[in-house]
Design a protein around this ligand. Structure first.
Ligand code: PMP
Ligand code: GLN
Length: 459
């Protein structure tokens, strides 16, 4: 009996030991598996996204948060109150008796908004747009660009992009497997008074980029960052090449209402036989000075917009209902006073003109050479005459304009954007001595920027 008891106790002990060891090795295996997963290259950034990791916005917004410059003229947005017409509309919508205004709306655009957009542009381009299939509402102009470039690119398709370009065009093309062909705008003169009209492309060079693989060309007028408003002659030249080679034109016109007299915004879709091949992109953020609302749109022929709808319905599907309703109300109000001087589409450029001129003057006074913009709210300035006032050695970036803008943020308290972010790898050197400043800012902040710069150069 004693022997049996001893045997039983020993065998129980052996089982407990075995179980503990098994548990230990199981948990060891789990840890090993977790570590293994983390180490596996299987979860690296997919190949189609490689090369697109750097973003000037991510980097410079972080820089501003870290160094808190006194004045930030970097990322483009107004620092004043947004117009009351649209903000009051949004406030009323939040309290509306109609409960459906807080719920999902039609995927390709809230009915009231697509109707307003179609009505406005039918007038502006002199053609009846169908709100149901010739207009798509998107999450900012960014999504309109994304849906266009993803929806119209097969691997190997070539897109011609004019430098400097709004930086997201390139990753959007490349992540769809497209190939970018760059052509640079170059200033004809670099001293004295330079205007954005002096930044031109070489017609022969542009012509040489078109071939059977060309899917399209992306233009941006009024242009970020130069402020160039493309001329009829330039647009006709581009349109003729697009027709000759049967390509698309993507026309980013987010600054369409910010054009300084005597210049005029020309929509390439209005040139003969161009509507059929043009996708035009707009932004409520720019149109109504509410960049945080992130509503944009694309308009164009229904067969071309179809491809954008496929991307949109499978990614964003539908945009915010209250914000679309408020933007629609904004459009309706502006259409009612369209011919009057207080129409926001006219008054905004008038309000910005003295700010533009004030900035150009103080930049000239301190020795920079500004490019006077014909449209938009950015100004490029060449600072090479002031190079002895900055210690570029303190920064490690490859491009001098990055070193300049970072040094200025950290040491002088004024932030700008390095324009080489808007160039492909071959041409970044063209703007090594430039900075981009935004002037849709309160007068007191522009004055503070002028004071900072004057004090810096007087030392
Ligand atoms: N295109 C250009 C030329 C821009 O400057 C911007 C920045 N607003 C956009 C597109 C994107 O506009 P949104 O903020 O409406 O997405
Ligand atoms: N379009 C604005 C600019 O150029 C904002 C860009 C952004 O926030 N990505 O400054």
């Amino acid at each position: 009996m004693r022997g049996i008891t001893i045997f039983f106790v020993l065998s129980m002990l052996a089982r407990v030991c075995l179980l503990t060891t098994a548990k230990k090795s199981a948990s060891f295996n789990t840890v090993r598996n977790i570590r293994g997963i983390a180490e596996m290259s299987k979860f690296d950034l997919p190949d189609r996204l490689k090369g697109n990791e750097k973003s000037v916005w991510v980097e410079y917004i972080q820089l501003a948060m870290q160094y808190k410059p006194k004045i930030n003229l970097g990322q483009g947005f107004p620092d004043d109150h947004a117009p009351e017409n649209v903000t009051n509309a949004l406030a009323a919508i939040a309290k509306s008796d109609n409960p459906l205004l807080q719920q999902y709306t039609r995927g390709f655009g809230h009915p009231r908004l697509v109707n307003a957009i179609a009505k406005l542009y039918s007038q502006l381009i002199n053609r009846d747009l169908n709100p149901n299939n010739e207009v798509l509402v998107t999450f900012g102009a960014y999504e309109a660009l994304y849906a266009t470039l993803q929806g119209h690119t097969n691997p190997g398709d070539e897109w011609i992009i004019i430098e400097p370009f709004f930086d997201c065009y390139v990753p959007m093309v490349q992540s769809a497997g497209g190939v970018v062909k760059y052509i640079a705008l170059k200033p004809k003169v670099t001293s004295g008074t330079v205007t954005s009209g002096d930044w031109v492309f070489d017609k022969k060079e542009l012509e040489s980029f078109f071939n059977d693989k060309t899917k399209g060309i992306i233009i941006n007028t009024p242009h970020n960052p130069t402020g160039k408003v493309f001329t009829l002659d330039e647009l006709q030249f581009i349109a003729n090449l697009a027709k000759k080679w049967n390509t698309l034109v993507v026309s980013d016109e987010v600054y369409e209402h910010i054009v300084y007299e005597p210049y005029k915004h020309i929509r390439i879709a209005t040139l003969p036989d161009m509507y059929e091949r043009t996708i035009t992109i707009g932004s409520a953020g720019k149109t109504f000075s509410v960049t945080g609302w992130k509503i944009g749109w694309a308009y164009g022929p229904k067969n071309l917009l179809y491809n954008l709808q496929v991307i949109h319905q499978n990614s964003v599907y539908t945009c915010s209902t209250p914000i679309q309703e408020a933007v629609a109300i904004g459009f309706e109000l502006e259409m009612e006073r369209f011919t009057q001087p207080d129409c926001y589409f006219r008054s905004l450029a008038k309000e910005l003109l003295p700010k533009r001129d004030y900035m150009a003057k103080f930049l000239q006074e301190i020795g920079m050479v500004p490019t006077i913009p014909e449209g938009g709210y950015f100004m490029l300035a060449n600072w090479s005459a002031l190079e002895n006032k900055v210690n570029l050695q303190e920064e490690t970036d490859e491009n001098k304009d990055y070193r300049f803008t970072k040094w200025m943020t950290k040491n002088i308290g004024l932030q700008g954007i390095p324009p080489s972010a808007f160039y492909g790898p071959e041409h970044k050197h063209l703007v090594q001595d430039y900075v981009r400043y935004c002037f849709i800012k309160k007068d007191e902040n522009l004055k503070a920027a002028a004071d900072i710069l004057k004090e810096w150069v007087s030392k």
